[in-house]
Design a protein around this ligand. Structure first.
Ligand code: GDP
Length: 385
């Protein structure tokens, strides 16, 4: 800009929101209903009945492991909905996930009330200054006690040192299973329009300077069979274009050049290829091989990396070693120390709350994590593989 001022664009037609909910309080059911009612799905599109859960293990354990993105088109507004891990073991993921959004939706069961597992995610969200909206779900339950539950939510917010504005959150009451909601506890249930309006009204649109050199914070890396690893994150500043030359800025200070080979934004449960994306959006980029979680992608002649994300320190360690029992090698495909090493390193790259170190022995590895559940899930995933 000639006068030295930065241009500052507010993306009025975009909202980025994370859902915070205890397992079984109805997150998947609600997002499902939002997808159907918003008309995000065109006719004849083949979609499963319940759409948010995709990992087998997740379905079985009833726990959300991966942060995933869903985008709902409501009128001329796009709402990116980011799933948060439901358990404090996944501290690294929680941090990253929340960096993608401008507000949260706390979903609470009208009978059970807020439970301890959501406390950690909520505290991180409040710490980051994110404005919340509260949805009290399952008000159709015989044992629903919505007003008491609302008081418990207020107590929780006070306990977590929420700001005054954060405590003045708007509330909606829902029966996600029927795709219905109401703004007052004894009001008449309608479709989800009041919820959509509440999100648009209370969650601020993202903003950023499209003319600033590009900065993307990488919050997730997802494998793709055809495109290689996809870097997923929020465009913090600047505009990103397909085929653009960029710089990968790593945690250790090193920088390498790369080219965006495919550029996607989210729509419904999938991605769509686009040619350019303005700041505020959540994007997936191909061609970014070697970038890690919490690192950044920058553009321009003197690339300016974003601060790398801090991670909670591990609280637990466990030794993983190659099977040396008499039955070793009789069963399974990935059985050598090289396989084990590759698998663990992959996990560490994807999961900021986990660290892997080689020991003196080439067959043994130390894995540092944040909790027993996190380890149990990794072990079970590896067993299945
Ligand atoms: P998630 O673990 O938070 O994703 O929860 P789900 O969406 O899988 O829902 C857990 C269970 O609660 C399922 O059996 C749903 O059918 C049920 N459920 C969801 N919403 C409601 C509701 O509004 N009322 C009642 N009674 N049950 C609901």
């Amino acid at each position: 800009m000639p006068d030295g001022r930065l241009s500052f664009h507010i993306m009025m037609n975009l909202r980025n929101i994370a859902i915070v909910a205890h397992v079984d309080h109805g997150k998947t059911t609600l997002v499902d209903a939002m997808l159907w009612q918003s008309g995000t799905f065109r006719e004849n599109q083949d979609v499963g009945v319940r759409v948010l859960d995709s990992m087998d293990l997740e379905r079985e354990k009833g726990i959300t492991i991966m942060a995933k993105n869903t985008a709902i088109i409501y009128g001329d507004v796009k709402i990116n909905i980011v799933d948060t891990p439901g358990h404090a073991d996944f501290g690294g993921e929680v941090e990253r996930t929340l960096r993608m959004v401008d507000g949260i939706m706390l979903l609470v069961d009208a009978a059970e009330g807020p439970l301890p597992q959501t406390r950690f995610v909520l505290s991180k969200a409040l710490e980051l200054g994110l404005p919340p909206i509260v949805v009290i779900n399952k008000i159709d339950r015989q044992d629903a006690r919505a007003s008491e539950v609302l008081n418990e939510v207020y107590d929780l917010f006070i306990d977590l040192d929420a700001t005054e504005e954060q405590i003045e959150f708007p509330v909606i009451y829902s029966v996600a299973r029927e795709g219905k909601c109401t703004r007052s506890p004894d009001g008449e249930l309608t479709n989800l329009q009041p919820l959509f309006e509440m999100i648009i009204e209370h969650i601020p649109p993202p903003s950023g300077d499209p003319d600033h050199p590009l900065q993307i914070l990488v919050t997730n890396v997802e494998p793709d069979d055809y495109l290689g690893p996809l870097a997923i994150g929020r465009v913090v500043a600047g505009t990103v274009r397909n085929r653009q030359a960029v710089t990968l800025c790593r945690r250790d200070g090193t920088q390498t050049s790369a080219t965006v080979t495919e550029l996607f934004v989210y729509k419904g449960l999938g991605r769509i290829a686009v040619s350019s994306v303005d700041p505020g959006e959540i994007v997936a980029l191909a061609g970014m091989s070697g970038i890690g979680l919490g690192e950044s992608i920058a553009g321009g002649e003197t690339p300016k990396p974003l601060p790398t994300l801090n991670v909670d320190e591990p609280t637990l360690s466990m030794e993983f070693s190659v099977n040396d029992s008499p039955f070793s090698g009789k069963d399974g495909q990935y059985v050598t120390s090289r396989h084990l090493r590759e698998r663990l390193l992959k996990e560490a790259r994807h999961n900021l709350a986990m660290r892997v170190e080689q020991t003196e022995s080439p067959d043994r590895f130390m894995v540092y994590g944040r909790g027993e559940l996190q380890m149990a899930i990794l072990i079970e995933q590896m067993r299945r593989e």
